[in-house]
Design a protein. Structure first.
Length: 481
């Protein structure tokens, strides 16, 4: 399924989206109230991109979606994913700061509300932790509704002393101004009590009060206050759900599911293949060429069911001429595992793409090297597993976790080999074009090959910008290409 087709299937629900590059690395994690609209927006009006989005979008190869019950859950999940994967294009959370708390300084006569990242033994009342981004909204709603102060004045002020004038928050009606004695100690204490109930998620009593206030505000046609109370009610419900542990963490459920599948796959392989140990490290080998030209081999490395790019290796075929995949496979196996043996970095299981012929060829090379580790092959057409020269191939059920893991390794080895083959083929195409142009030496060809990826689509402007190439050669290129 293409990316455009995948975007069409995204649901109009809240959740998190994970953007991946061609190497399947997560490069950006975002949240949305409406996943479909949010993801589509990246691919609509390019003129509205900021620099970060302009750099991100061309790198997007695939997108994964995790739906959530509500926006608060999406926010929490987004934070957890960013902390886990540390994607390149994310800014928020990347500094790995601790989550913020809301603090009420209840040891004071007129408690103040504030955001903090440290819980101190100071007799203050702390609520959280919250996800960064939600805290500001919560505090704003609290100040608008309950009008608690956020200043650092020591209250009550000494007798006869007042601040003289109202602060901006009092003028905006965000504070009841106890410093100007515009509220009594008892009235302020009642407001503090309601805030504690609000942040504690004491639902029933709070919702009744909010509904009564909303009804009264609507009857008085105070629609701004009614809207504020509605927002407050929604926030209270989300806070209550978080505090009570009702917000099911989709990530944890998904991670648990993935871990279970990997465990089933590894245990299944150990049992089916009669392995002495769990195959935690699996390496897949594949060959790619067109009629023997630009022939390459690839080895991919998986650890605990996941690709480990640090263990990937690619090989140019050196000893085989003509389209002989089996001999090419033998060369790659020999080169890779001779070195792995010397470095004592042998995997628990080797998988080659193909049938019994490929299995026997790989086995022959490993035997010559004195390597005796489990080896299997996976044939594409019927997905048959060959693991012993004398036994019949094994066919697993299509929903088998073990089969899915082997297919993943096989397909990743194929992708990696094809990608490298294409790179070499493109270079060969450029070189053959250059060879047909008289007056271009080997040094100049190497310079051009290092700078030009697609000689068929190179523009005269790009040719003019080539460095290290004489103007005479540039004119030849413009005329012949």
């Amino acid at each position: 399924m293409s990316l455009a087709e995948k975007i069409k299937t995204i649901p109009e629900k809240s959740g998190v989206y994970l953007m991946k590059d061609t190497d399947r690395r997560i490069i950006y994690v975002g949240k949305a109230a409406n996943l479909k609209d949010r993801v589509r927006s990246y691919f609509l009006d390019k003129s509205r991109y900021d620099r970060k989005v302009a750099a991100l979008v061309p790198k997007i190869f695939d997108i994964d979606i995790i739906t959530t019950k509500n926006e608060m859950e999406a926010l929490i999940l987004e934070s957890k994913l960013i902390k886990k994967y540390r994607p390149k294009y994310n800014v928020l959370f990347k500094d790995d700061k601790t989550y913020p708390y809301i603090k009420l300084s209840i040891n004071e006569e007129y408690p103040q509300i504030s955001l903090t990242r440290r819980v101190l033994p100071d007799n203050g009342k702390y609520f959280g932790p919250y996800v960064f981004g939600s805290v500001g909204k919560i505090i704003k709603v609290i100040q608008k509704t309950y009008k608690l102060r956020s200043c650092r004045l020591v209250l009550p002020l000494p007798p006869g002393k007042i601040t003289g004038r109202a602060c901006l928050k009092e003028e905006l009606k965000f504070c009841s101004a106890p410093c100007l004695k515009k509220t009594t100690k008892e009235e302020y204490a009642d407001q503090v009590k309601e805030v504690i109930n609000f942040l504690s998620g004491k639902q029933k009593e709070l919702e009744k009060k909010l509904e009564a206030k909303m009804k009264k505000a609507s009857e008085n046609m105070d629609y701004e206050q009614a809207a504020l109370l509605r927002d407050q009610k929604e926030l209270a419900q989300l806070i209550a759900a978080q505090n009570a542990g009702k917000v099911k963490m989709s990530l944890e459920a998904k991670e648990e599911s993935m871990d279970t599948q990997i465990e089933k796959a590894l245990n299944g392989l150990q049992s089916l293949l009669s392995l002495k140990t769990l195959p935690l490290t699996i390496e897949g080998v594949d060959i790619s060429n067109i009629s023997g030209t630009n022939a390459v081999g690839s080895v991919v490395h998986f650890f605990n069911g996941e690709p480990d790019k640090n263990g990937y290796r690619k090989f140019k075929i050196k000893t085989v001429s003509g389209p002989d995949d089996t001999e090419m496979l033998k060369e790659v196996i020999g080169r890779k595992y001779k070195r792995a043996l010397e470095e004592k970095k042998l995997p628990d299981l080797i998988l080659v793409d193909g049938g019994r012929g490929q299995l026997n060829a790989a086995k022959e090379v490993l035997t010559d090297l004195g390597i005796n580790i489990p080896l299997i092959s996976l044939a594409k057409r019927e997905e048959e597993i060959y693991f012993d020269a004398s036994s019949s191939p094994l066919r697993l059920k299509k929903d088998s976790a073990a089969l899915h893991l082997l297919q993943y390794v096989r397909d990743e080895a194929h992708r990696f080999a094809v990608s490298y083959h294409k790179t070499l083929r493109d270079r060969s195409t450029v070189r053959s074009k250059l060879d047909s142009i008289k007056g271009i030496g080997e040094k100049t060809k190497r310079i051009i090959l290092a700078r030009v990826k697609d000689v068929n689509n190179i523009s005269t402007e790009e040719i003019s910008k080539l460095t290290g190439v004489s103007n005479t050669v540039k004119e030849k290129l413009k005329g012949d290409l």
